[in-house]
Write a protein of this length. Structure first.
Length: 152
């Protein structure tokens, strides 16, 4: 996670929070290069079911991952209200289809709680921790683990 120190010298991590249905998740802000409105994707033959296709991003082909389907919540029926978060991991860029981006969070490391071992199957294994913000439970997704598993 990206870290910075606030005025009091406390080390904080910045995360982008987003919604998938009734659930909230977040990823490291430094992995996100832009947030775009939904653009219909061009399907690819024999792509995994969580990849609805690819889009053209300024001349580059960008695979789009339906994050809801990837995490096991079922497929997204995108509308004009959905967004694609363009995220970079290493030299690769992917588009993450989400319901919407809600906020930028600044959290301390000690605020991150471990993900219970019982949810470590399927897509949930990419949730590397949980934080509580104003009574809401938000899962922290490890994008590096997710893209390594999906793109290689």
């Amino acid at each position: 996670m990206s870290a910075y120190s606030n005025e009091a010298g406390v080390s904080l991590n910045e995360l982008v929070a987003f919604r998938l249905g009734d659930q909230e998740f977040c990823i490291d802000i430094q992995t996100v290069s832009e947030i775009r409105g939904w653009t219909p994707a061009t399907p690819l033959p024999q792509a995994p079911d969580f990849v609805p296709g690819v889009i053209n991003l300024r001349g580059a082909v960008l695979p789009v991952i339906d994050l809801s389907r990837f995490l096991g919540f079922g497929p997204t029926e995108p509308t004009a209200r959905h967004v694609i978060m363009v995220a970079r991991v290493g030299n690769e860029a992917v588009g993450l289809l989400v319901d919407g981006v809600s906020e930028i969070l600044a959290i301390k490391n000690e605020e991150v709680q471990a993900t219970p071992a019982v949810v470590a199957d399927s897509g949930a294994r990419f949730v590397k921790g949980l934080i509580t913000v104003e009574g809401r439970m938000i899962g922290i997704i490890s994008l590096a683990d997710m893209t390594a598993a999906t793109l290689h």
